[in-house]
Ligand binder design. Structure first.
Ligand code: NAD
Length: 459
């Protein structure tokens, strides 16, 4: 586990060790031993699978591509987590992302453990035929470890329903006659996927932010009184003026979060900037997100990068460098691209008062501490971006029952589940000195520790 995640898990264990109401039946030396065991279990993955996929390219060359599947912890159920196709994929990154999945599922009471996969390629450098081969080879190499009750991958950066459909088909042909619908989630709807899965993470990210700033504070206005924090101030400020929102990343997560912000009729918002791997687009008056989404859909996911392209789609915006989105004067910054985007060398340039982690680990540990010290709120990844895994869980259930929910039903269940978590976490957050991230970790670690204890795994 990367030091950042590991350090927060350790701090959570330290807090729980001192809390007399947690596992009161375990006292004295046994308590010390149990917490030492917990630290060992949670800080290491159960298995790391690594392979070099042998891929004959269309130009006749054969390449060997590093591929990983890390199974961090399955205390709460089968391992669950996406497969990423990106050139920066490496063992440490995949292991950290797998640990985050364990914590995310525990926090939201999803009956899965944590896993993650990755292939170290830039998918744009490969033909569709080669990507198909990479996807099917991935399943061939790791198939012994995968399965609906063992380890269930899903899409992540660089993968989508196409890759999940290919992988499911390969899994099915390797294990004829065995259940296969729950072997992968994030499949296309026609192939057993769930309605709403594609939008689920982005919708959940925005829902988390909106619920915290609007529904929860409106319902429980006592937290607004006397709580001199940026959170309450921002919540109050939106009543007088439009809240400015900037979004980094315009893929699966970022584009949908931006669209939700654009369409929000609870808070008064305008999306003043969006960015992707090439560019930041900025308009102080607000951007036309539906039109940009249409353009990106027809342009391999990329935003317009020239005045000419902006003219073609009829969107008014200034074209800025891709990093500029981070440093704009905005109320809210939704980070929905990659990890390590806000770090100790650029954190002082951040002007947003609330950061929302749509991506996994976009804020480094050093930067997180500096933001916290300044009173800037970071809504953490394991709280905000669980929509994908929650709807993946619904997809897995629907595949088992071969009964499918309507899209409205999926979103109703999704928001209900996220609200249940928020209603547990937020009163604690407003009532004690820990950061929101630390609160979420404490809750997740408490759940995992209790189950490990009850399963007799701490002796
Ligand atoms: P995606 O591949 O669909 O989109 C990524 C976006 O980030 C693209 O717009 C890309 O152009 C942009 N980008 C890449 N490098 C960038 C850079 N240096 N600066 C700015 N933008 C850059 O990926 P996604 O599925 O939207 O995932 C985004 C993040 O959310 C990842 O961290 C992923 O792990 C996390 N996440 C995704 C899901 C899901 O369901 N898709 C669920 C949970 C978490």
């Amino acid at each position: 586990m990367a030091s950042q995640t590991g350090a927060i898990v350790q701090r959570s264990l330290d807090a729980l060790l001192e809390d007399p109401s947690f596992l009161p039946e375990v006292q004295g030396n046994s308590r010390i031993q149990a917490f030492t065991s917990l630290a060992a279990i949670l800080s290491t993955p159960n298995q790391i699978h690594k392979a070099f996929l042998r891929i004959p390219l269309e130009n006749g060359n054969v390449v060997r591509i590093p591929a990983y599947r890390v199974q961090h912890n399955n205390t709460l159920g089968p391992y669950k987590g996406g497969i990423r196709f990106h050139e920066s994929v490496n063992e440490e990154e995949v292991t950290n992302l797998a640990a985050l999945m364990t914590l995310k599922n525990a926090l939201h009471d999803v009956p899965f453990g944590g896993g993650k996969g990755g292939v170290a390629i830039n998918p744009r450098d490969y033909s569709v035929k080669e990507l198909h081969l990479i996807s099917t080879k991935y399943v061939q190499y790791f198939s012994d470890s995968l399965g609906p009750d063992k380890d269930i991958p899903a899409p992540d950066v660089g993968t989508g329903d196409r890759e999940m459909d290919w992988m499911t088909a390969e899994y099915k042909s390797i294990r004829p006659g065995k259940p296969y619908r729950g072997s992968f989630t994030g499949k296309s709807v026609v192939n057993g996927g769930s309605l709403g899965r594609r939008e689920a993470t982005g919708k959940g990210v925005y829902f988390t932010f909106r619920y915290m700033l609007h529904d929860f504070l409106e319902e429980q206005s006592k937290w607004l009184d006397g709580k001199e924090n940026i959170f309450a101030q921002t919540a109050l400020a939106h009543k007088d003026r439009l809240l400015k929102i900037a979004v980094q990343g315009f893929g699966n997560v970022g584009s949908i979060a931006a669209l939700e912000a654009y369409q929000d009729n609870h808070l008064h918002t305008k999306v003043i900037a969006v960015s992707d791997r090439n560019v930041t687009l900025y308009n102080e008056e607000g951007l036309d997100i539906p039109t940009l989404l249409d353009f990106a859909t027809g342009n391999r996911g990329d935003l317009p990068v020239t005045e000419e392209q902006l003219g073609i789609c009829g969107v008014k915006a200034s074209i800025l460098d891709r990093e500029e989105v981070l440093y704009l004067e905005t109320d809210v910054l939704i980070l929905a691209a990659l990890e390590d985007q806000v770090h100790k060398d650029n954190v002082d340039k951040i002007q947003a008062r609330i950061l929302v982690e749509g991506a996994n680990a976009p804020v480094t540990g050093d930067a997180d501490k500096i933001l916290n010290d300044k009173g800037i709120i970071v809504i953490p990844d394991i709280l905000a971006n669980a929509g994908g895994v929650i709807v993946s869980y619904f997809e897995w259930l629907q595949g088992r029952e071969t009964q499918f929910y309507s899209e409205d039903e999926v979103f109703r269940l999704l928001f209900q589940k996220m609200q249940t978590t928020l209603d547990t976490i937020l009163p604690q957050y407003f009532g004690d000195p820990y950061s929101l991230r630390q609160n979420c970790y404490i809750h997740a670690v408490m759940k995992l520790s209790t189950v490990l204890h009850r399963q007799g795994k701490l002796y």
